[in-house]
Design a protein around this ligand. Structure first.
Ligand code: FEO
Length: 384
């Protein structure tokens, strides 16, 4: 396994996780990569590492350039173990190296690994001189954990952005001029919707800083390196972080005997007639992380479940739990379903949706008649 030089003296030395399909609940159909970068300068610097089980791959790539014992700085932009997991193995090879991280990064790394490494903490805007080049650190708390920071290299116009701008995408291609832009963007959108979304207010602040930087390359810690489409991904991040929506309603449901399903299709007709896109997701056949990717630009969420044992279908509860954690802002909701003798379904779903503006709710006993479906459709059309 070899390193790939992305700019003179700067190498991608990460690992490709071809088969991972579950990233803490997120369906990663296309696998992922953990991107580490080796900078050859007076002080040899490694930016981030990889998930521990893939350390052998990273070591081989580093060894194709230099002896790992020569590394002087190990920059840890983020403590989460997909990036820090191999730091203990690197530090065994180069025990006198200095670990460079944010103050919260030091706390996190000590708590994770219980090691007395040489730590150097950096503050916002602090410069680290590595020889011909410098690294300028920007603390980016909560993008994705409290410890996060990014490293900007002004001499080469590279932003080492860690989780920001990443995508879960395993590929032999490393740069965005060598892969389908549609797929990269789709995976970047999915990554934002499932990882970054709850921290959109922090992302907005980071975007203000990004606007002041002259960037040729965004070297994130997952997926493809941005080079040809730097402006495009920055523009998309600004859009996602600002909660811009389009005329779209995402309709999500589970159904026992197709009553709730027939209501979902009536809602679809109402939105369609009002000029909305309205993708429909039966939770029996769709993964919650794919639904979140659609939610990122949706004005409405329509969520439906019959009552099951004074509650909702487990798939609906799982989706609503996941959605609540990701906390999309400024959205509207329609809640619907059918019931037999207990009407709790609507209340249970509404309790999850306290941050949504409720546009309408529909609960129909047993099987909806054609008239009831029509009435529901017309009522919703009058409210959207
Ligand atoms: Fe890719 Fe928050 O770790």
């Amino acid at each position: 396994m070899k390193a790939l030089e992305i700019k003179k003296g700067i190498y991608w030395v990460g690992a490709i996780d071809w088969n991972v399909r579950n990233f803490h609940g997120y369906l990663t159909q296309r696998g992922t990569t953990y991107n580490a970068y080796l900078i050859i300068d007076e002080k040899i610097t490694l930016i981030d590492t990889v998930k521990a089980p893939l350390v052998g791959e990273m070591m081989q790539r580093i060894e194709s350039v230099i002896d790992p014992s020569k590394i002087d700085y190990v920059v840890s932009n983020h403590v989460e173990m997909d990036h820090s997991g191999a730091i203990p193995m690197i530090m065994e090879k180069t025990p006198n190296a200095t670990v460079v991280c944010s103050p919260k990064g030091e706390k996190g790394l000590r708590a994770h690994f219980k090691k007395e490494w040489n730590f150097k903490t950096v503050g916002n805007g602090e410069l680290l001189d590595i020889g011909e080049r410098k690294l300028n650190f920007v603390l980016t708390p909560m993008v994705h954990w409290p410890d996060n920071m990014v490293a900007y290299m002004p001499d080469e116009k590279i932003l080492f952005s860690n989780d920001a701008f990443g995508q879960h995408l395993a590929s032999s291609a490393r740069l965005d001029d060598n892969y389908s832009l549609g797929i990269i963007m789709e995976e970047a959108r999915k990554y934002y919707a499932n990882i970054v979304l709850p921290y959109s207010s922090q992302v907005r602040k980071v975007m203000e800083i990004v606007d002041t930087l002259d960037i040729d390359i965004i070297a994130s810690s997952h997926g493809i390196v941005w080079k040809k489409h730097v402006k495009d991904i920055i523009a998309e991040y600004k859009k996602w972080a600002s909660n811009q929506t389009e005329k779209k309603a995402v309709i999500v449901f589970d159904s026992m005997w197709k009553s709730t399903e027939s209501m979902a299709f009536s809602l679809y007709e109402a939105f369609e007639e009002k000029g909305y896109k309205a993708p429909i997701f039966n939770l029996q056949h769709n993964h919650i992380s794919d639904i979140m990717t659609e939610m990122i630009t949706a004005e409405y969420l329509c969520i439906g479940s019959p009552t099951l044992n004074k509650d909702v279908m487990p798939s609906v509860a799982a989706f609503l739990t996941y959605l609540r954690g990701l906390a999309p802002e400024g959205r509207k909701a329609v809640v619907f379903g059918s019931y037999g003798w207990a009407k709790q379904n609507i209340k249970v779903m509404k309790d999850f949706l306290t941050s949504f503006d409720l546009t309408a709710e529909y609960n129909i006993n047993y099987i909806p008649s054609d008239d009831q479906l029509k009435e529901m459709k017309e009522d919703l059309k009058s409210k959207i």
